[in-house]
Each structure stands twice: as structure tokens, then as C-alpha cells.
Design a protein around this ligand. Structure first.
Ligand code: HEM
Length: 342
């Protein structure tokens, strides 16, 4: 919650850099390390490499024998492996000197023999969390800001609920999750309206799969196209519209019968989905409790302005953040107290 509170301070300090604030939040939840700059470089490569058909070698495996073709890829692999091993080594040294704080890396190191994991496996398990968890979370928070600015009526509904359930004397926390269905509906609609991973990730059929009268042969690469699913009007009527109410039943509770696979499918479903949900929730409630977010009439938001890649990053966009209660100084002092209470 401290990290989400810092997003509010970052926005008060520099509202134009709200997307950088979302990036910082998401990075700090996963990793406390100086290597973030190197990792950002790797994330850019990941964005490019994970696109199906990004490399000729995928279609023509024979390219692996062409001298020099894989040199750069091998160099990238080695840099990545080095970074992941360095991070694990650091925690290992901290553990030896009793200085290691709680972390997933520490847990793996302490239980290495019972899990029967090699050093390489542990390094990749911990390292890939950052790649998988930071960009995705940051993008989801950016979409929350974009949707708030573009759909003022939906934003007002959330704020009405926050004013009724939370009031002005305290800021919302994780404990309020189940009392805020309008917030959850807004969040679910953000994740559907602009899916973080438009195409999803590649899966491979382990056996021949017969679906209706189609056979998906063993070995076929299958994408559960998130964008296409999100636009299915038989499940989400008027799919291009932003309608948080679609997630609520007639009693105002979250519907059990409506889902969207924001976090993927099957055995490889996102293992970070619970952290991710809570991250998006706490940022959404703090942002909309603190600010009225509006469009800048001189720079209207381009709702389709996203960079093409496995993770659909919004292009830079400008919005206005107006403190909802009192002035900027009083919001700062409420947020400072929020920090003390944690
Ligand atoms: C809003 C935020 C997030 C979204 C939308 C998201 C979405 C996804 C999706 C679609 C997949 C692929 C699932 C599939 O193959 O069908 C995935 C995989 C994964 N996610 Fe997330 N994720 C988010 C946050 C996180 C966080 C916070 C973490 C870690 C703390 C994380 C860790 C992972 C890992 C390790 C995988 C790979 C799992 C595997 O291949 O077995 N994700 N995520």
C-alpha cells in the first residue's frame, strides 16, 4: 500500500509523468534492486521477441546453422541469464550473513533441496517474475487512468461508492475490497476493454485435440486471442463500449457467470494474478478516492493509442488530476498519515 500511496505523491509532484509513476509502482512491487534499468532494456526485447513470427528462424529452423544468425540472440540470452544469476547470488549472500529480507528468491534458496531445483531453474523462476509482472501491472494501471478520463460517468459511479462506503475521513485499503463492487466492476471492465496482452501467450497442444469438427493437431501452437474474446458481442454486448455495469447482477453484486481471461488459461495461467488484482485494485481506489481525473481539452486522449506488442502499452497521454477533497496540501497530508498507519 506504501507503493500505491507513493503513486499519489508522484502524480501530485508531476502529473504529466503519471505513466512513469505506474511503471515505478509495478517495478517496486516485484523487485528492490538497482538492476531495474538493465531489466527495462530486456523487457523491450521481450516485447519484440514474443510476437509470433518475430524471427525468421521460427518458420525456418534451418537458420540456426547460418553462421552469425544467432549471435545476437545468444548474447541477449547470456545477458539475461547473468542478470538472473547475479540477483539470486545477491540474495544468497544476504542469506549467509543473515541480512536477507523476505522474498520469493529467499524462499526458493531455503527450500532448494525439497523442491529439487537447479540454480539455473531458481534464477529463471525469480528473474522471470519481473518480466512477467511489472510491465503488465503498469499497463493495467495506465488503462485505469485512461478509462477514468474517457468515461467520466463511470468514474463518478466509483466515486459515489467510495464516498458512501469509505467517506472522507480515511483513505481506502485492501480491507475494503469486498465492500466495493463498483470498483471491482470498473477494474474488470478496464481489463476487458483494453486487454493487457491482446493476443495472449503461445500454448502448444500436447495431444490431438478435437473441438467441434476441427482437429488441433499435437504440436500446434495455439493462441487464445484475448482481443477477439473481449470483442465477442454474444458475451459482452456492445463490446467496444466501456460498461462496468455488465459485471454486476441485479443486486449490485459481481456476477459469477461472467468472466474474461485477462490472466490466460490452463496450467500456464498467470501465477501472479492475485498480486496483480490487488495491485490494480489498490491503485484504482487510491487514485479515484484522491483525484477527479479528466481529459485535457487541448490534448484529447486517443483511446486507440497503444503500442503494438505482446503487452499493449498505451502511448503517452495527458490527463488532469484534480484533488477531490480540499487542495493539494490537504491531500498530501492525508496521504502522509496513510503511510504512518501502514
Ligand atoms: C495486470 C497484471 C497482469 C496480467 C494482465 C498478466 C497476464 C498474464 C498472462 C495473460 C499470462 C499468460 C498465461 C497463459 O499462458 O495463458 C501470464 C503469465 C505469467 N504471469 Fe502474469 N499477468 C499480470 C501480472 C503478473 C504478476 C504481478 C506476476 C508476478 C508476481 C506475474 C507472473 C507471471 C508469470 C511467471 C507467468 C508465466 C507463467 C507460465 O508460463 O507458466 N504476472 N500473465
Amino acid at each position: 500500500m506504501n507503493a500505491a500511496r507513493d503513486v499519489i505523491f508522484d502524480i501530485l509532484d508531476n502529473p504529466k509523468e503519471h505513466q512513469a509513476a505506474a511503471n515505478r509502482y509495478a517495478a517496486s512491487v516485484i523487485l528492490h534492486a538497482p538492476e531495474i534499468v538493465i531489466i527495462q532494456k530486456m523487457l523491450k526485447r521481450f516485447q519484440m521477441l514474443m510476437r509470433p513470427g518475430a524471427l525468421l528462424i521460427e518458420r525456418f529452423p534451418i537458420f540456426r546453422f547460418v553462421p552469425g544468425y544467432t549471435t545476437e540472440l545468444e548474447q541477449w540470452r547470456m545477458e539475461e541469464s547473468q542478470l538472473f544469476h547475479d540477483q539470486l547470488d545477491r540474495v544468497s549472500k544476504e542469506l549467509a550473513t543473515d541480512k536477507a529480507g523476505p522474498s520469493f528468491a529467499r524462499y526458493l534458496l531455503e527450500n532448494q533441496s525439497s523442491h529439487k531445483l537447479s540454480d539455473d531453474e531458481m534464477a529463471y523462476l525469480t528473474g522471470s517474475l519481473f518480466g512477467a509482472g511489472s510491465d503488465t501491472t503498469a499497463v493495467a494501471i495506465m488503462v485505469v487512468v485512461m478509462a477514468s478520463a474517457c468515461f467520466p460517468k463511470a468514474q463518478e459511479k466509483v466515486q459515489e461508492e467510495l464516498d458512501t462506503v469509505i467517506g472522507r475521513d480515511r483513505a481506502p485499503t485492501f480491507d475494503d475490497y469486498s465492500s466495493l463492487p463498483q470498483v471491482e466492476a470498473f477494474m474488470l471492465e478496464c481489463l476487458r476493454w483494453r486487454p493487457v496482452t491482446t493476443l495472449g501467450f503461445a500454448h502448444c497442444a500436447q495431444t490431438d485435440i478435437v473441438y467441434k469438427d476441427i482437429c488441433i493437431p499435437k504440436g500446434a501452437i495455439v493462441f487464445g486471442n484475448h482481443w477477439a474474446i473481449s470483442r465477442d458481442p454474444s458475451v459482452y454486448p456492445n463490446p467496444d463500449e466501456f460498461i462496468p455495469e455488465r459485471w454486476l447482477d441485479s443486486d449490485g453484486k459481481i456476477r459469477e457467470d461472467l468472466k474474461f481471461p485477462s490472466f490466460g488459461f490452463g496450467r500456464r495461467i498467470c501465477p501472479g494474478r492475485h498480486i496483480a488484482n490487488r495491485s490494480v485494485f489498490i491503485n484504482l481506489v487510491l487514485l479515484l478516492w484522491s483525484f477527479k481525473i479528466t481529459q485535457d481539452p487541448e490534448n484529447p486522449v486517443d483511446q486507440a493509442g497503444f503500442v503494438d506488442g505482446v503487452i499493449a502499452h498505451p502511448k503517452p497521454f495527458t490527463v488532469r488530476f484534480e484533488p477531490r477533497f480540499g487542495d493539494e496540501a490537504s491531500l498530501r497530508s492525508v496521504m502522509a498519515k496513510y503511510g504512518e498507519e501502514l
